[in-house]
Design a protein around this ligand. Structure first.
Ligand code: SRM
Ligand code: SF4
Length: 577
């Protein structure tokens, strides 16, 4: 399919575009002077312009916040390094790729890798002078980080579990197709990191529509996200996305997708005009139409998104400012056909399934629970070595989930024992049934020590907090209860904390706002219950909640529903869905 751009009523960039808009404008399609800057031996950092541009290449400059003050005292430059995020549509990696990525984490990264909440893989701690070699090594594994970050469409998610539905094999390839369809076309990445000869665009500039048919010179006003789910499993949290697609079937044949638009979870403390919003269902399209639907939706955001204030530039604000009806009309007009009526569907859960399950082709798939996506060896287990060994013996494929977990896919029956004994020998349980329901359903974002936005811990703290909460769960007979808890170090929502039945959002070191009452299936946001709680405060409030839940719940009622029915929180008039 050809990429056809519509004429753009582009926002008045020169007059009021944000600083990032101007950086994109003068970047020559994402090149800037990245080459020179990455060769500059004077500093481990790069310029502010390039910090913005390198995001489009999948990387963020960070500094180790654990040593920031110490280095400041010693008048040293912050301990700069780079995080790089792969683009892995649907989270799908082969065994060979897993081994090569493991090598990268050892050789160039901090010795760990991190599965993200969008089914991608990140490496932290890469020094500036190793970033190019890292990207070359990724390329040798047939992987890239183009559009891992930046004001473009990001990693496209799709429910990765082949055991969930007969429909899965028909749906899964669409993640890859959408990802490819919406990729930036600039050759900057290939020239800068992979030594491709400079294209004419570098030399001559050229016309935006020729070089970037969808994005143009200024790309999007902000990041853009797409996810696909197969009901009744909303393991992709599709309502958190700019576009959420829900596969619809008839007699095990993919008929098409319900389309939801305008989701986004980030907000800023103290700015009432920012908010989390769940995507609104607007219609249905066939598989043949879905690339066009995504393309034109992105193009509408390109043309009408706010380019002056990046806090208000996500698509959700465009939708609310222009109106959902306006958007539908605009989309239909650009498509040249009308979306169909939303088809009936249900969602039951946002969680993952753990343990062994089989598909009708006789292959087995193992859902492994990881602690917040971190692949490492530590004093309690050697997961990283175990996965490497499994990959080296080519016993399975690897699929990352949107809940920071991993599925070992396509294991032949005769290899099940081998996989199990490797895990066991490395101290890792193949099954998650020994874990509490709260732990099985927990997500934490990266936060400290690498995230510059973190106000409090998340990944490094939630395991300990859950251990303390388990005392309370045991007391109230709730150890096995499926309760969804999510923690983020700030309100950006990378761990989708506003969709937790219990949501904890960092305010300052050791203090969190407590949010309650999201639905278990991801179609209702939670709401603020208490502010600024320290650990003792959190444990007390949640112990009281668990006690009341045990005493007063209706049989089978999930915590999020109980909290809502008993009015622990008042849900604000929900935007979107
Ligand atoms: Fe995120 C920024 C990590 C999923 C909303 N996110 C960041 C940065 C890059 C911090 C920064 O601005 O420099 C974090 C890097 C931390 C680090 O050291 O690695 C970061 N986000 C992550 C990851 C790794 C969290 C994780 O623990 O897995 C996830 C990577 C996903 C991926 O593979 O692409 C991640 N981020 C999300 C999600 C969840 C989702 O998409 O399902 C959200 C909420 C949904 C949404 O987009 O609204 C999310 N991240 C944000 C925001 C708020 C955007 C907004 O609209 O206000 C920021 C800040 C920003 O963009 O300015 C942000
Ligand atoms: Fe960082 Fe905040 Fe995202 Fe956590 S939610 S990774 S603290 S930006």
């Amino acid at each position: 399919m050809e990429l056809i751009a519509t004429p753009k009523p582009l926002n008045a960039l020169a007059a009021n575009g944000s600083a990032v808009e101007h950086i994109k404008d003068r970047s020559n399609y994402l090149r800037g002077n990245l080459v020179e800057d990455f060769h500059n031996p004077i500093t481990a950092a790069i310029s502010e312009d390039n910090v913005q541009l390198v995001k489009f290449h999948g990387s963020y400059m960070q500094d180790d916040r654990d040593v920031r003050l110490h280095r400041q005292d010693k008048k040293l430059e912050p301990a700069y390094s780079f995080m790089i995020r792969l683009r892995v549509a649907g989270g799908d990696l082969s065994a060979d790729q897993w081994v090569k990525l493991d090598d990268i984490s050892n050789r160039y990264g901090n010795g760990t890798s991190r599965i993200t909440t969008r089914q991608a893989l990140q490496f932290h701690g890469i020094i500036k002078f190793d970033l190019k070699n890292t990207i070359k090594a990724m390329d040798a594994a047939l992987l890239d980080s183009i559009a891992g970050c930046g004001d473009v469409n990001r990693n496209v998610m799709c429910t990765p579990d082949p055991t969930l539905s007969n429909l899965h094999a028909q749906v899964f390839p669409w993640a890859q197709k959408i990802s490819e369809h919406l990729l930036p076309r600039s050759r900057a990445y290939h020239e800068i990191w992979l030594d491709e000869a400079e294209g004419k665009t570098l030399v001559a500039g050229g016309e935006a529509e020729e070089i970037e048919p969808l994005y143009g010179k200024h790309y999007l006003p902000r990041k853009f996200k797409i996810a696909i789910a197969i009901s009744p499993f909303n393991d992709m949290d599709i309502y958190a996305n700019d576009i959420g697609l829900i596969a619809v079937e008839e007699n095990s044949k993919l008929l098409g997708f319900n389309v939801a638009v305008g989701g986004g979870l980030g907000f800023t403390f103290g700015r009432e005009d920012t908010y989390a919003r769940l995507a609104s269902e607007i219609g249905f399209c066939t598989p043949e139409q879905v690339l066009d639907v995504c393309f034109h939706t992105v193009a509408i955001q390109r043309d009408y998104g706010n380019r002056a204030d990046r806090k208000l530039s996500r698509f959700k604000y465009t939708i609310d400012r222009q109106g959902l009806d306006w958007f539908k009309q605009e989309l239909n007009a650009r498509l040249g056909f009308d979306l169909g009526e939303v088809r009936p569907f249900v969602f039951d859960t946002t969680g993952d399934r753990f343990g062994w399950r089989s598909t009708t082709d006789g292959l087995w798939h193992l859902g492994l629970r990881l602690e917040y996506g971190r692949v490492l060896d530590n004093e309690t287990h050697r997961l990283k070595s175990a996965l490497r060994s499994i990959a080296e013996q080519n016993l399975c494929g690897f699929r990352m989930t949107g809940n920071q977990n991993l599925i070992l896919t396509g294991v032949r029956e005769e290899h099940i024992d081998a996989v199990e004994s490797i895990l066991q020998a490395h101290g890792y349980a193949a099954d998650a049934s020994h874990l509490s329901g709260l732990r099985r359903n927990s997500i934490a974002c990266v936060a400290l020590n690498t995230c510059p936005q973190a106000m409090a811990e998340a990944e490094r703290y939630l395991p300990d907090l859950i251990t303390k909460l388990e005392v309370s769960l045991d007391k109230h007979g709730l150890r096995n209860e499926e309760i969804k808890i999510r923690m983020t170090g700030c309100p950006n929502g990378c761990g989708r904390s506003v969709l937790g039945e219990i949501g904890l959002i960092g305010k300052s070191p050791g203090r969190y706002n407590l949010y309650l009452g999201a639905s278990f299936n991801g179609d209702r946001l939670n709401a603020l219950c208490r502010e600024n709680l320290d650990e003792a405060g959190l444990l007390k409030v949640l112990d009281e909640l668990f006690a009341a839940f045990t005493a007063k719940r209706i049989e089978g009622e999930p915590l999020g529903e109980f909290v809502t029915r008993c009015r622990y929180v008042r849900h604000p008039a929900t935007k979107g869905k």
